[in-house]
Write a protein that binds this ligand. Structure first.
Ligand SMILES: Nc1ncnc2c1ncn2[C@@H]1O[C@H](COP(=O)(O)OP(=O)(O)OP(=O)(O)O)[C@@H](O)[C@H]1O
Length: 460
């Protein structure tokens, strides 16, 4: 068997590229050979599946030629090959068997590749959203550290992990990154990423089809549940009830739950109190809007990923003008790259000005409420989320009133629209804030100066 494996490896080494050979064939080890059946072990499920689909028939042909008899080749999983030099013992389940008494746990859980692939697909994890492609800065370093901790020890460290922050700041990216890492460490884990709106729809479907048993069985059986934008549960009492049961079952079984939201738990409106208190019972971390350096880093990284060259000057120019979130930066970069390719021009500041003409002029003329909230929060050293929160301490309430005043002064938004953008406040609250700050400004030169600085910052 050892001789065959050496011959077979040598053949495959000639037939494959060095990368293919070292990625797929080198990690394999022959296990045993009995009654015309050769068993070969792979170190993890991913490699096992790939080898089965890509190389099984070639290896079978080589074995049949070597022994000059029909040979059945079976591939089995043996995680101990990870780092172990020698192949493993013989008491091992075959890949598509059900396992039998006395065998190690992991082998009993072996399933067919089809089931495993579909499990990966069922997880709905986007493989492009990883920790490697996530740029870190002051705004998200805490959230990233918590995410890495949870990905390394799911169900053990912080449960649930609750990530909150404004739109387009990387919450979804981070939770997919957790899913990707957990899957890479253990492809057998049952993971599900779901957007809260889809969960609501699933509850409705389960209700219509009287399929709550299946629904419950599925969600309660997960090892890791990633649920995005949970604020969409607001006012959906049946969904909240179902989620409550799933939550309790998973946490009790030490299964990891990760939740994202646009605001912190206590500020989510229309949500059952018992859920809110549970959301806050693990670790709650904010993802803040990216600071200038981070925006530059994001642009440089994303450009490099696209194979484009962006000078620091250009990245700085874009980052300085587009301040609200990462999604906006991505959109701008796409425009710049398309423009430069289309016109066959290198990416200079002038090219960027042309490519982003609409965006920059809109940005300059119409300052967004989001920008105002971010700028005012930075200025007073509070969290952007405090702009939408119901909290009332003076150190938060006053900057919030200033932001409302600036929103009225510098944007075209109506009072009710502004109220909405400040966490669903009534237009009379906005009106009160606008009047109060205007009065303070006319009486107090210090306030006037403060507002002037803010206005200049916002107008760029
Ligand atoms: N720190 C980062 N590094 C690299 N890419 C990022 C980062 N933050 C966000 N992105 C990218 O920006 C885009 C928007 O991010 P994402 O969808 O994760 O935002 P979100 O916070 O979930 O927003 P929403 O609340 O609107 O769903 C994605 O393409 C994501 O990959």
């Amino acid at each position: 068997m050892e001789n065959f494996w050496q011959t077979c490896s040598a053949m495959l080494e000639q037939e494959l590229t060095p990368q293919q050979f070292s990625a797929w064939i080198k990690p394999l080890a022959p296990l045993d050979f009995e009654d015309g059946r050769l068993r070969i072990a792979a170190p993890n499920r991913f490699k096992l599946d790939w080898v089965k689909t890509q190389f099984a028939s070639r290896i079978t042909t080589l074995a049949t030629e070597y022994w000059e008899a029909p040979i059945e080749v079976q591939f089995v999983l043996d995680p101990r090959l990870n780092g172990a030099k020698r192949p493993v013992t013989v008491s091992m389940a075959v890949a598509d068997g059900n396992g039998s008494g006395g065998q190690p746990d992991v082998l009993e859980r072996i399933e067919t590749p089809v089931a495993d692939n579909s499990r990966r697909e069922q997880s709905r994890i986007n493989t492009a959203l990883t920790f490697e492609s996530f740029v870190t800065g002051k705004a998200n370093q805490l959230a990233r550290a918590a995410a890495i901790q949870v990905a390394t020890n799911p169900g053990v460290s912080y449960n649930p992990l609750f990530l909150y922050g404004g739109v387009g700041l990387g919450k979804t990216h981070l939770i997919h990154a957790i899913g990707n890492q957990v899957l890479a460490d253990n492809p057998n884990v049952r993971i599900r990423y779901i957007h809260a709106e889809q969960y609501v729809r699933d509850v409705v479907t389960a209700y219509q089809r009287k399929g709550f048993d299946d629904f419950k069985r599925y969600y309660h059986s997960l090892d890791l549940l990633l649920i995005d934008d949970i604020q969409f549960f607001a006012g959906k009492s049946r969904t909240q009830e179902e989620f409550f049961y799933a939550f309790e079952a998973l946490i009790a079984a030490k299964k990891q739950i990760i939740i994202t939201s646009d605001t912190y738990p206590k500020e989510i409106t229309g949500m059952d109190d018992r859920l809110i208190s549970r959301f806050d019972s693990g670790l709650t971390v904010a993802v803040e809007p990216p600071e200038l350096e981070m925006r530059v880093a994001i642009l440089l990284k994303k450009a490099a990923q696209e194979g484009a060259v962006l000078s620091d000057d250009v990245a700085f120019f874009v980052a300085k003008h587009l301040r609200s979130n990462v999604r906006e930066l991505e959109g701008a970069l796409r425009k710049i790259l398309a423009y430069s390719r289309f016109h066959g021009k290198d990416i200079t500041i002038d090219v960027v000005k042309d490519a982003l003409k609409d965006l920059l002029s809109v940005q300059n003329r119409q300052i967004s409420v989001e920008n105002i909230q971010k700028t005012v929060a930075d200025f007073f050293n509070i969290k952007v989320a405090d702009m939408y929160s119901k909290k009332r301490p003076a150190n938060i309430a006053r900057p919030r009133q200033i932001a409302m005043y600036l929103a009225k002064e510098l944007t075209q938004k109506s009072l009710p629209e502004i109220g909405d953008l400040f966490g669903g406040r009534d237009h009379t609250t906005v009106l009160h804030a606008v009047r109060k700050i205007a009065a303070d400004r006319s009486k107090n030169p210090e306030v006037n100066h403060e507002l002037h600085v803010l206005e200049q910052t916002l107008k760029g």
